[in-house]
Design a protein around this ligand. Structure first.
Ligand SMILES: [Zn+2]
Length: 412
């Protein structure tokens, strides 16, 4: 298969893919990969295969194609292609919750010689790196990366990237519990979709709606949460987007749990769990188990709760997510207290405090915790976060955590 035919076949595959004939598109692309001797074409088709498998949640295949793509980029001896394939490798690892590997491959990307693509893809590298830091609950580093990605987006008028960063920032603020910002950023993303997104894939709309649903749920606006989540799920089902379906099911379950309707919550947690397991989203599984544990606790079935917590704790340790570990120790503490298990109780308290130290989830001004209850937060340019009220009361000019001067307030 020569250059022209390769190009045609890739194009045909793209058309099939865009009209939701995913399996046919995949077959076409795999044939190109098998038959074509055109290196450039092979590189492109591997990119298509990586994206398609990512969207379907087949992350192990995604990773496999990304690795082959790197070899092809090396054969092409082109720095732009090498960067693109390393970014794909980083993203595959991010999806598989291999956060340390993600960060390391992102650093490889940033260390490659400056190229034209470097200016374009740099923002995406920073975004992936931020997501990985967030996965490890390294909040300051995550915020730093997201801000970098946002600067890239603004400098290059890349509204699609801006939209994705806004969704990640929504996720960030939902975790550190500034619910106002957790809603603000996905709303901003949704605005970008309606202003600029006519030619974009619907997944951007679905993504922003999902993050809005999460924030509305946390704010207690359960009706709005339900509406956004239904909209997101509708698109995820149309597009065979398994990863988003799983997240929506988890969100539905959480909404029902917030309403006190555990009967309806449980089967949704189960469905979310089975998709998360199928696609290999281990952090997602932790979140499902956390929700289930809270349901069991509400029903006073402490042994079942402990069982879910133990499973979640193993997974959270595996992927290195400190915030989930912290929450799980906190739940265990409560259960041990009511069961009178003094020895276990003490060990959970100790490990809880270790997690607080590691995540630095306390305000450097008042010393109180961040992320325990909803409060307005503000980041300084160094990306350390504080209670907004503490910054206002202290009128501080340099960061008390790192002493870096902060003459201008951070934009988040
Ligand atoms: Zn404070």
């Amino acid at each position: 298969m020569g250059q022209d035919q390769t190009k045609q076949q890739i194009e045909k595959g793209l058309q099939l893919y865009q009209s939701n004939q995913t399996e046919k598109a995949l077959q076409m692309w795999l044939k190109v990969l098998e038959k074509s001797s055109d290196l450039m074409g092979r590189f492109r088709v591997l990119g298509c295969l990586v994206t398609a498998h990512s969207e379907m949640g087949r992350y192990k295949e995604m990773l496999k194609f990304a690795v082959v793509q790197i070899d092809t980029a090396r054969e092409l001896e082109d720095a732009d292609f090498l960067l693109e394939s390393y970014l794909n490798l980083a993203r595959s690892n991010e999806k598989l919750c291999e956060f340390h590997k993600t960060i390391s491959y992102c650093k490889t990307c940033l260390g490659l010689p400056g190229t034209r693509a470097g200016a374009q893809l740099g923002g995406q590298v920073s975004l992936s790196m931020g997501n990985a830091f967030l996965g490890l609950s390294l909040f300051q580093k995550a915020l730093e990366s997201f801000e970098k990605a946002l600067r890239y987006a603004h400098n290059n008028d890349d509204t699609m990237l801006e939209c994705r960063v806004c969704c990640s920032l929504g996720n960030f603020y939902a975790q550190v519990k500034d619910y106002e910002k957790a809603l603000f950023f996905p709303c901003k993303a949704a605005e970008l979709v309606s202003d600029y997104g006519k030619g974009w894939s619907l997944k951007y709309r679905a993504m922003s709606q999902y993050h809005m649903a999460v924030a509305y749920r946390l704010l207690g606006h359960l009706g709005s949460a339900m509406e956004c989540c239904e909209e997101s799920m509708k698109i995820a089902l149309q597009h065979g987007d398994r990863p988003l379906q799983a997240l929506c099911l988890l969100c539905f379950a959480d909404i029902h749990r917030s309403r006190g309707d555990l009967e309806t919550a449980f089967p949704r947690y189960d469905s979310a769990m089975s998709i998360m397991t199928e696609i290999g989203n281990r952090l997602g599984q932790v979140h499902v188990l956390l929700g289930m544990a809270k349901c069991w606790m509400a029903r006073k079935m402490l042994d079942k709760a402990l069982n879910a917590i133990e499973k979640a704790q193993d997974l959270a340790e595996e992927v290195g997510n400190k915030l989930s570990q912290l929450k799980l120790h906190c739940l265990s503490e409560g259960i041990c207290r009511s069961k009178g298990l003094q020895h276990e109780l003490r060990s959970h308290v100790v490990r809880f405090h270790e997690c607080v130290e590691e995540t630095e989830l306390y305000c450097g001004l008042c010393g109180e915790s961040i992320g325990e209850k909803n409060s307005r937060l503000q980041a300084l340019p160094c990306s350390h976060i504080f209670h907004l009220r503490c910054l206002q009361n202290n009128g501080t000019r340099s960061c008390p955590n790192c002493r870096r001067s902060s003459m201008k307030p951070g934009f988040v």
